[in-house]
Each structure stands twice: as C-alpha cells, then as structure tokens.
Design a protein. Structure first.
Length: 76
C-alpha cells in the first residue's frame, strides 16, 4: 500500500481489529473493526484533524471490502 499500513491489533471473539497507520510517519490514524449492528467492518477514529486524499480513502475502502468478504465466508 502506498499511503496506509493495516496492522493486526487484536482478536475479538469472532472478528479481528486492525490498526490503520500512516506510511509517512507510522502514526495511528484509526481502527478497522466489526460493527455488529451494521454487520460489516467499519473505519473508526476519534481524530478530527486527519485529512484523507482519494487514494488513501480508496486503500481503506479496498481493505474493508476484503475483510467483509472474508467474514461472509466464515459466517456461512
């Protein structure tokens, strides 16, 4: 990935949590985690000063799509 790094953070009972890091300075930008009531992985952050380019958002979207597809296979 050009802009972002996705790092395994912790195992939950049925899903995983990943840290989203900047490749520029390794700072933590947020987390990708399972949102039970939405039945899908979501990006979660409490940082208000993070600025995203379309390329960064696309990398994040692709990672979440992959996790959602993987989770669907596990729950079938």
């Amino acid at each position: 990935m050009k802009h972002l790094k996705f790092e395994f953070f912790k195992q939950m009972p049925k899903t995983e949590v990943y840290r989203v890091l900047s490749n520029h300075d390794e700072s933590v930008l947020g987390f990708v985690r399972w949102h039970g009531s939405w039945r899908q992985y979501v990006y979660d952050t409490d940082m208000n000063d993070v600025i995203w380019s379309k390329d960064c958002l696309n990398e994040l979207k692709n990672f979440i799509v992959e996790l959602n597809e993987k989770q669907k296979k596990v729950t079938k």
